[in-house]
Design a protein around this ligand. Structure first.
Ligand code: BGC
Length: 844
């Protein structure tokens, strides 16, 4: 059979998205091949550009493309036997910025100053009369706030749009192909706009209106008809609006609906709804209008409640079965005027009622006034982090009529890890849930309490785990914009990006996200553009840190200097890593990443950058190595993993780490050390200790929360103990940092890591240890899924490795002394190089 008969080209993407509609610059086109290995690829974008790729399944288009144009592109895989397979896809380029000329920010001024329960969301509509059938139509839309839009009554896809950025700098807009939704005659474009990040409550500030006062909308509908005419409908004076059922909506507080105020058909009817008025032209965001660079938040799944209880008379508690992020969907029934109240919580108090103390000021309560009879209530302009929903005020529906609509920027998790420990498998599921729940527009620290900001420290700790479980390239590309927008003129990256509510410059381990996250993305996806973008901002950060201390140790002001946040030890315990040491080791790490970035880009300053990185590392060693005998685990793990030691010092630090772990028998790491502890022990030749820490079930450990029934990753090791909940001031049950252990499960236990940026060559080197009989890991790569599984059978270990087409996997067999390996039944060396296919190996 010829190669082409077995091969398929799939997953064609433009800038890491499937068929985006507002592409700017020179995009990257990528795809995957299944079934056979081509000798190369040809790619063409219409007849504007063509290029070739050898092994890599992507190309960068290197001509400027016309604006506002739909383009078809094609990739052809060429096989050794001369056969070919072709697949095609499309994308659309963004319009020139002047498309927005003539459009205005519109909204409605509310009647009087309302309270939090009475801040109705404007419903806005514009009409467009078309003389003949439509040949093509796109709608560009954005808001100060969150919109939900309809064209002729059809809801446009995406949630929480236009998303969260620093609107003072950039305002993302979404583009829709609405050709199929328009018709000859009158057409209606309609949207409800809520406060959202723009004018709602945000973080722990206790205040709203961080960017603006009133929700506003801006849109341009651009239609071409078959008769050759072009029609532009722009938000402005011709639009009308009214307040209807959404009486208030806030991300932190919840949503208030009055179904009696629903205006039927207002998104479709050609005639203006009675009493609607011309809109107000209002002040809007000042930032540049730019196309969104990643997909919007989506409904990942709908998860029905598993049970209903009544812990107190008239209070009905629905259990969703897992701690998720999104909104409730409830089927209610009652007389007109009945007010149903829905509260949300991650946990229950011992008496079975909701435990909400840890939400702090996030009210997370939805209210709905019924119009009589049945109604499905699903508040679309708020999100909650919750496992439990409490309903009061109306007849309780069955559990089957209550569900969580789970939202995420990352609806799919193609990566996975499974092993012989059920508790570890549950831990991995919890990490996936916390990833999805906290990747909502920006990587948040937590999704439930009055926080939900893009904390940089948390993001850098978790970035690699996220890349191994999901395709987060476009998501992080967008967040890097947020991070760069948030850099201070002095070069400081912030504690949170977008920089709002918590406007401080970044602390050690937080601001360093600007160095670490781009490097992780480069290693995972291999697209040098991420380094090109990050390079100068990173240089400015390294300079900023350098200016804080002539001695290169970052002893100068360190902003909020959080340290190894939430390490499970009392203040003053010698197991806590000193903040001076943390600052110095992160300064060295960022300097090294700058040097590596310069080298990877062939920048002429690479040598000077490397000398600076050497000098910072030397300063670190000189200042801190003398105290090595008392170094805690985080200090050892970071020094080892950040490569700041001389070769002969590595052994000593490893010994110190092993000594501390053996003596204590448990981990002592907080956020900064946690991802590095097990990799450092493994590299030190003590995977047995790493396995021991992984499988420990008592406090502090990863499995302790799992044993307590956790369904997401807790912020603290001891969020709940026999003596009750930890301090509600800082006790979220959905914080992903401690979940960064999945990086080790996939890269060490399953043994999967990129040997070169972008995975063209992969290392597959599973490290076995006591306590697991088998393990299986799967990671998404630009070539497709790479997987490795192993199983002990008596004295033997059986391995199976699945390599996607185009990748070279260097498999290192886990040989114990005296053992040998075989590949497909024939003796083989300890390291074998494998290409596309599924390969079976045995160690005996
Ligand atoms: C957040 C974090 C963050 C930390 C900084 C907290 O309030 O929830 O996860 O990194 O502050 O110390």
């Amino acid at each position: 059979m010829n190669a082409a008969a077995t091969a398929r080209l799939v997953d064609l993407r433009c800038d890491a998205r499937s068929q985006p509609l507002a592409v700017t610059g020179r995009p990257r086109l990528s795809w995957r091949v299944e079934g056979a290995v081509p000798v190369g690829y040809r790619v063409a974008v219409e007849n504007l550009w063509s290029g070739t790729a050898e092994q890599r399944p992507w190309v960068h288009v290197d001509v400027d493309l016309p604006t506002d144009t739909e383009l078809r592109w094609e990739v052809t895989a060429v096989f050794e036997d001369g056969t070919e397979v072709t697949a095609a896809s499309r994308f659309r380029t963004a319009p020139a910025a002047d498309i927005w000329n003539g459009s205005s920010w519109i909204g409605l001024v509310r009647a009087q100053e309302q309270d939090d329960l009475d801040r109705p969301c404007p419903a806005l509509r514009g009409v467009c009369d078309l003389p003949s059938p439509v040949s093509s139509a796109v709608l560009h839309m954005t808001a100060g706030g969150i919109y939900s839009a309809h064209v002729n009554g059809v809801r446009l896809e995406g949630e929480l749009l236009p998303g969260f950025t620093d609107y003072r700098v950039r305002v993302p807009y979404e583009t829709y192909d609405v050709t199929a939704l328009l018709r000859t005659g009158r057409n209606v474009v309609a949207a409800v706009v809520a406060d959202g990040w723009w004018s709602g409550y945000l973080g722990f500030s206790g205040t709203r209106g961080h960017f603006g006062d009133l929700p506003v909308l801006r849109a341009v509908l651009d239609v071409r008809c078959t008769d050759g005419s072009r029609h532009l409908l722009r938000t402005g004076r011709g639009w009308t609006g009214g307040f209807e059922q959404v009486r208030a909506a806030d991300l932190l507080r919840g949503q208030v609906d009055d179904l009696r105020r629903r205006v039927p058909d207002w998104t479709t009817t050609p005639a203006e709804p009675a009493g609607w008025q011309p809109v107000n032209l209002l002040p809007g965001p000042a930032g540049a209008l730019v196309p969104r660079v990643c997909d919007p938040v989506q409904v990942a799944r709908v998860q029905p409640a598993v049970s209903r209880s009544e812990p107190a008379p008239g209070r009905f508690v629905y259990d969703i079965g897992a701690n998720v992020v999104g909104r409730p969907r409830v089927r209610l029934c009652g007389d007109a005027g009945t007010v149903a109240r829905l509260r949300h919580a991650e946990a229950l108090s011992p008496d079975g009622t909701l435990y909400t103390d840890s939400l702090r000021s996030a009210v997370s309560t939805d209210l709905v006034t019924l119009a009589g009879g049945y109604a499905v209530f699903e508040p679309g302009f708020t999100t909650h982090g919750f496992r439990y929903v409490e309903l009061t005020g109306c007849t309780p529906p069955e559990a089957a009529d209550v569900a969580a609509v789970v939202l995420s920027s990352v609806p799919e998790l193609p990566g996975s890890f499974r092993c012989s420990s059920d508790l570890v498998n549950r831990l991995v599921d919890n990490v996936g849930r916390s990833l999805q729940g906290n990747f909502v527009e920006v990587p948040t620290d937590c999704p439930q309490r009055d926080e939900r900001l893009g904390w940089t420290g948390d993001a850098q700790v978790f970035a690699r785990t996220a890349c191994l479980l999901a395709d987060v390239e476009a998501f992080f590309d967008k967040w890097l914009d947020d991070l760069h927008d948030a850099q201070s003129p002095e070069g400081a990256f912030p504690d949170v990006a977008p920089r709002i509510v918590m406007p401080t410059d970044g602390a050690p381990g937080w601001g360093d996200a600007g160095a670490i996250v781009p490097w992780v993305l480069w290693e995972q996806y291999g697209d040098r553009r991420v380094l090109e973008r990050a390079h100068e901002p990173l240089r400015a950060w390294v300079e900023y840190v350098r200016r804080r201390d002539e001695g290169l140790l970052w002893r100068g002001p360190r902003n909020n200097d959080y340290g190894d946040w939430l390490a499970p030890l009392p203040p003053g315990d010698p197991g806590l890593t000193e903040k001076d040491l943390l600052a110095a080791v992160f300064a060295a790490h960022s300097a090294r990443l700058l040097a590596r970035t310069s080298a990877a880009l062939g920048d002429p300053r690479a040598d000077a950058d490397a000398r600076h990185a050497d000098a910072v590392a030397a300063a670190f060693r000189c200042a801190h190595l003398p105290s090595l005998p008392s170094w805690p685990q985080t200090a050892c793990a970071l020094a080892l993993r950040f490569g700041v030691l001389l070769p002969d010092q590595v052994k000593q630090v490893e010994q110190r780490l092993v000594e501390d772990v053996s003596q204590r028998g448990h981990l002592t790491t907080g956020f900064l050390g946690v991802a590095h502890l097990l990799p450092a022990l493994t590299a030190a030749g003590r995977p047995d200790l790493a396995y021991q820490l992984l499988l420990r079930e008592e406090l502090p450990s990863w499995l302790y929360p799992v044993r307590q029934g956790a369904t997401s990753v807790w912020e603290r090791w001891d969020g709940w103990t026999e003596s009750g909940f930890a301090d509600p001031e800082m006790n979220s049950f959905n914080h992903y940092s401690l979940g960064s252990v999945v990086e080790w499960l996939l890269t060490a236990v399953a043994g999967l890591s990129p040997a070169v940026p972008g995975w063209q060559v992969a290392d597959v080197a599973p490290v076995l240890g006591p306590g697991l009989d088998w393990a299986a890991g799967d990671v998404p790569t630009p070539y497709g899924r790479l997987s490795c599984q192993w199983r002990r059978e008596g004295q033997e270990v059986h391995l199976e490795v699945d390599v996607p087409p185009g990748m070279l996997a260097r498999v290192r067999l886990p040989l114990a002394p005296g053992q040998s390996g075989s590949l497909e039944g024939r003796p083989c060396a300890e390291v074998v190089e494998l290409q596309f296919g599924r390969w079976a190996m045995v160690v005996r």
